[in-house]
Every structure is written in structure tokens, then in C-alpha cells.
Design a protein around this ligand. Sequence first.
Ligand code: SF4
Length: 371
Amino acid sequence: MGEQGPSGARRTAKKTNASAPPATAESTPGDRAVPAESAAGKQAPARKPARAAASASVKSPKPAKSPKPAASSGPAASPKGGKAAGPAASAKPTKPAKAAKAAESTASPKPAKPESPTALVRRARRINRELAEVYPYAHPELDFENPFQLIVATVLSAQTTDLRVNQTTPALFAKYPTPEDLAAAVPEEVEEILRPCGFFRAKTKSVIGLSKALVENHEGEVPGRLDDLVKLPGVGRKTAFVVLGNAFGRPGITVDTHFQRLVRRWKWTEETEPDKIEAAVGALFPKSEWTMLSHHVIFHGRRICHARKPACGACPIAPLCPAYGEGETDPEKAKKLLKYEKGGFPGQRLKPPQSYLDAGGIPAPPLGAAG
Ligand code: SF4
């Protein structure tokens, strides 16, 4: 899903083309480009962690135990006493043995120990606990009132923002409130409603096909089983887990583009395929935590740990993050990168949960509203 700028308008979305190849719900919604990440090698700062943004809603991190920094070859690796090891420090000739020792301590750092599986589980769970404190109101960012609305909205969210879907679905569900209604719809009329979502012809075909399958095979009800859900047209594991987790209360991990990017930055897994990521990350957490874990990670990816410029200097989990420094570390500059409620802007839902409003979250504007 694309990101929303301060004005609430989509920023990353390319012009959509209704005649472009069909978008599927399993393509990563709107968050198309996953830039090459280079999380390797960078470790959380030895210095005090950057505190989360000035936004009151970003909770300041508790001093967290940092994974041991990899031996640095940078300035921080100066020998004890604070003298630089470079030429500026050699006003007096250094004794060979001393020089050799100094060189050894700066030039040949010992490689960092690989993290044990137990330490990884501990760190991963710690990150999730911290994120739960930062985003106690984390939730799915698609507006829905029943499983049918959620599955349709999730299919529509391919290649666009949740915000745009939320601005479009009120008209869709007002005209076609049930699978029977949508299954019998005139495609051109649905296309007109879905036009703002992009790929509107393909999406019209998908949601009408999905509705027909629900009517023909499931008596007009969304099934609550993974095996049945993934057989529906346009529905893969990601959509199925969104529906299971949020409409049926059955735990599931949603591996979207944010989830993939963040778990790689955190070195939770080296896997690159969504199904393998799902299995690897699932093994680090109790099943009961999977749905909320997904929300925490995706919230963090959308608000702070962005694809191109993560706001490391305003990140509450910086001390636990091996990729600290991949983004902006200056706290003031990092604060300006924060999005949605963390930056003081509207969220993506027109009807967010009360917990979000209580935390100072602002509902998204309806389609066509200024801002
Ligand atoms: S913003 Fe992302 S990369 Fe930077 S410290 Fe936080 S989690 Fe790590």
C-alpha cells in the first residue's frame, strides 16, 4: 500500500492504468518497489537510543538491551582514552609493540558472534512487546463491518493504499451490501465506483467473481477456513490470513511488503519468499500473537521504518535493531519523517477503532474532501 503524505494525499502511487494487467490481492498492495535492503553489518548504537518522536503518542523506549554491536571500524573504535588511532594521534612516536596492539584493536576487530536461536527468539519477542507499547491501538487499516466487506476491501487494496480503498468502499457497499448483490451487479456500474482504486476493470472482475463463488459454493457466506478461502478467486494466503485474523479471530501472519522489509532488517529471517517468511517468523512467536504481531510490524513499517528512509533517530526500538543507521539518525530530521498519527496526520481509516481515536488518531477524510 502506498504511503500517505502529510496532506493525506497519496504520494507514491503511480498513475494507474485500468487496462494494465490484472492486479491480484496477493501482489503487495501499493508498496510495489521493495528496495534492496542492506541491513547487514549495522548494529544498534552503543550510544543512548534515539528516543521516539516528539509526537506524544510515540512512546519513549525503555532502555533496552542492545544486541552486541559488531566491532566497529569507525571512529567509535578508537582505543580507550579517546585518542584517535590515526596520524593525528602520532605526535610522539609510538613504540612498535604499543602501535601493533593499537592497530590490532582498531584494524582487526573480532567478528560479531552469530546470534543464537534462543537469543533471536528473545530479541524478536522483545521487539514485539516494545511495538505493542508504541502501537497499543494497532488494527487492520481497512474499514469493514463484516467478513464480506473485509475480503472485498482486501482484494481491492492490491496496488493502492488502504486509504483509497476506504474512501471507495462506502459507495460500493451501499449499493451492493451482500455477495448476492455484487454477484448480480452490472460490471460497468461497479467499474465506475471502483475507478479511484486503479486497475478498476480487473478489480471489478475479481470482486464479482469472488462474490459469485461465495454465493455458489458457500451460501453467500465468507468461509472461516484457510483451505476454503485460498480457493476463492483472487484470494491467496495473505488475503486469507487478513480475513481469518481480523474477521474470525483466527491467528495468522500477514506477510506484506512492510512485514518482509522489517523482518529482514531485524534479521528475524533471511528468507525471501512470503510463505517461508511466514513459517520462519511464526516459529519465533506463540500462535496466539500472530495477528497482533502482524499489525505491530505493519504499523511500524508505515509510520517509522519506511522503505527508503527509515526514521531511525525517532525509532523506539533502535536499541534492538541490527539495521539502525540505515535511515535518518538525527532525531529532529527523523521526527519529520514520521507518518499518520505519529506525525500528527490523519490515518487511513474513515472509521478507525475507538482506541485509535483515544490515542489522538485522526480519521481519514472521505473521497474528494480537501486535504
Ligand atoms: S527505523 Fe527501522 S531500521 Fe531504523 S532503527 Fe527503527 S526498526 Fe531499525
